[in-house]
Design a protein. Structure first.
Length: 235
């Protein structure tokens, strides 16, 4: 059965949880504002169908670049319209908080196969990466689709009191994009990073580890490439 946000809930079955893996990307303000609307719809749907919990997907984009890993207690300071929209969504969720509906917010890093680097990579092709004064490309917290599914399942199975909060989501170690490109058998064309480019946006995932510990191998570039392929979200 398919349901579209904004339509009646009549006829939908009772559910144990609502997992809102939806959202709007880009930079158009009106479109990005839909992220808050979709969060409202997920909350309303969960209440209407008697769900015991709801999971929302936010983003690491709510944080500012930092030389050290950022944790959930780091003050958000988004520097892109997308990050600002996701922070607005989180604040709307807080306004809608219901003591009877435990709510999890996942601040997800880069998902292998579903972000700009993977969109530009194909075996044998050349990709362009920013090179920073360190001589390396951008560092990010990545997670493969299989591990993201594992995190989601763990959140659904965890005690409600433990999952009723914000979690950074990524592998327990950062990955440099040039390592992923090489693992995908791509050649790299370097360009000097512009002043607005971000070298490091890395998540502290200690809180996530309390619910769903991930192996250090989940940050292996070869695994990220393989998982994106076998998960059929990257050619």
């Amino acid at each position: 059965m398919r349901w579209v946000p904004g339509t009646p809930h009549d006829g939908l079955p009772r559910v144990g949880a609502v997992v809102a893996f939806w959202g709007v990307t880009g930079s158009a303000p009106d479109a990005l504002a839909m992220n808050s609307y979709l969060a409202e719809q997920a909350q309303a749907l969960a209440i209407a169908l008697g769900a015991a919990r709801v999971i929302h997907c936010s983003s690491a984009a709510v944080y500012a670049p930092s030389d050290t890993p950022v944790s959930e207690v780091t003050d958000p300071a988004p520097f892109t319209p997308y990050g600002q929209a996701k922070l607005a969504m989180e604040r709307r969720i807080a306004e809608l908080a219901d003591d009877h509906l435990p709510t999890t917010i996942l601040r997800i890093g880069n998902v292998a196969g579903a972000e700009s680097l993977f969109a530009n990579m194909r075996p044998g092709v050349r990709v362009t990466l920013d090179r920073f004064p360190s001589g390396r490309g951008p560092w990010r917290s990545y997670i493969g689709p299989t591990d993201l599914a594992r995190v989601t399942a763990a959140m659904l199975e965890a005690p409600a009191a433990a999952a009723d909060r914000i979690f950074n989501v990524g592998a327990p170690a950062p990955v440099c994009m040039d390592e992923i490109a090489r693992a995908a058998r791509c050649s790299i064309d370097w360009r000097s990073a512009p002043g607005i480019a971000t070298e490091r946006l890395v998540l502290d995932t200690a809180r996530l580890g309390e619910i769903c510990p991930l192996s250090i191998s989940s940050a292996d570039p070869a695994w990220l490439v393989e998982d994106a392929h076998t998960g059929e979200i990257w050619p």
